[in-house]
Design a protein around this ligand. Structure first.
Ligand SMILES: Cc1cc2nc3c(=O)[nH]c(=O)nc-3n(C[C@H](O)[C@H](O)[C@H](O)COP(=O)(O)O)c2cc1C
Length: 333
């Protein structure tokens, strides 16, 4: 499947694996890249919060491959040395999300890495273009993890129109709810050059995902996730106001998800209890982070098999789409 993304990035399939904090380690990134996509390591909070896998160790696992590394921009502001450390490993791209990318753009380009910016609004897309992004990922609210409120279906074509006018060479990827060939085909139809998938690769053999979380997600439907700002407030993680967190519902979210103002007033009050729940893997309190695409997960295959079936299904749907068009126009004549 050829698109501007595959041609410019020199990859076989227009599929990138999201840089999921705590989940997308070197094994997953390597498996995605080996299968013809592009694996992006989850550099997460750049070590600013503690408790994340050692990035150097994970980077060693992708050695010799084309790979990317992703950071949460507002956290990178606090720990900019993490970017220097990552650039020493010559990533093909650096993926920035959730904050102003401009302060890091020159350093990334000077290291001959491409800059990919994930955006949630048109204002973010403008910031990304101003920073000289080589590719923009338009992330809809369906996505797992942090994000905002715009939906993938209208956000992607709106950003596509914006880029056509402002920066036609900048590549566009769609993210949020894309977990199979139907999503890939739809994203291409919306004007994207490719997709970024998180939740689907979260449930892959190579992801660092604990099996108990996987078991919960497999029983879930898309109805069983919730997007909220309350939990970050309670655990005292200083996320900027415009972003919220989509996770699988559990006892903690049942109690707090819809009490955001109250949680903001109780900022940090559950930090210790939450850290303990994480240590014990008490999943009634510690969060399982997946998007609405949880409802499309039925197994935990290898990343290569995920990519192969996404591409096959998308190709066959796009071919069928062509013949449907033909039938429609015949019926109309
Ligand atoms: C477990 C998990 C962790 C994530 N961590 C990050 C992160 O550290 N940085 C980031 O930019 N995006 C992160 N995301 C969001 C992804 O970049 C991406 O937008 C999202 O997974 C796409 O939607 P999907 O989950 O429906 O595929 C995370 C997503 C998940 C599911």
């Amino acid at each position: 499947m050829k698109t501007r993304l595959t041609e410019q990035f020199g990859i076989r399939h227009p599929i990138l694996c999201a840089p999921m904090a705590l989940i997308a380690g070197g094994r997953l990134a390597a498996a995605v890249s080996d299968a013809g996509g592009l694996g992006i390591l989850g550099g997460g909070y750049a070590g600013a919060l503690g408790g994340e896998p050692d990035l150097e160790q994970e980077l060693a696992l992708v050695k010799g491959r084309k790979f990317g590394v992703g950071f949460i921009s507002w956290a990178l502001d606090r720990a900019p040395q993490a970017l220097d450390g990552a650039l020493k490993h010559f990533p093909y791209c650096v993926f920035l999300s959730f904050g102003e990318p401009k302060p890091f753009a020159k350093k990334i380009h000077d290291a001959r890495a491409r800059l990919i910016c994930q955006v949630q609004t048109l204002r973010h897309a403008e910031q990304a273009v101003d920073a000289g992004a080589d590719a923009i990922v338009a992330q809809g609210t369906e996505a797992g993890g942090h994000g905002a409120s715009r939906s993938t279906l209208p956000l992607v074509p709106e950003v596509a129109d914006f880029l056509t006018k402002r920066a036609p060479k900048t590549l566009l990827l769609a993210a949020g709810g894309i977990a199979d060939g139907r999503g890939l085909a739809a994203a291409l139809m919306l004007g994207a050059d490719g997709v970024l998938a998180g939740t689907r690769f979260w449930a892959s053999a190579e992801a660092l995902t604990p099996q108990a979380m996987m078991d919960r997600a497999m029983r879930a439907t898309g109805d069983d996730t919730v997007r909220t700002k309350a939990i970050d407030a309670l655990r005292g993680v200083p996320w900027p106001e415009e972003f919220s967190f989509r996770v699988l519902k559990n006892k903690l979210t049942d109690q707090w998800a819809h009490r955001e103002a109250e949680a903001a007033r109780a900022r940090g009050s559950l930090a210790k209890a939450y850290a303990e729940a994480r240590a014990k893997q008490d999943l009634d309190m510690y969060l399982t982070v997946v998007g609405e695409a949880a409802g499309l997960l039925h197994d935990r295959p290898g990343a290569a098999s995920i990519i192969e079936s996404m591409v096959q299904q998308a190709e066959s749907l796009l071919k069928r789409g062509g013949s449907l068009d033909f039938r429609t126009s015949k019926a109309a004549s």
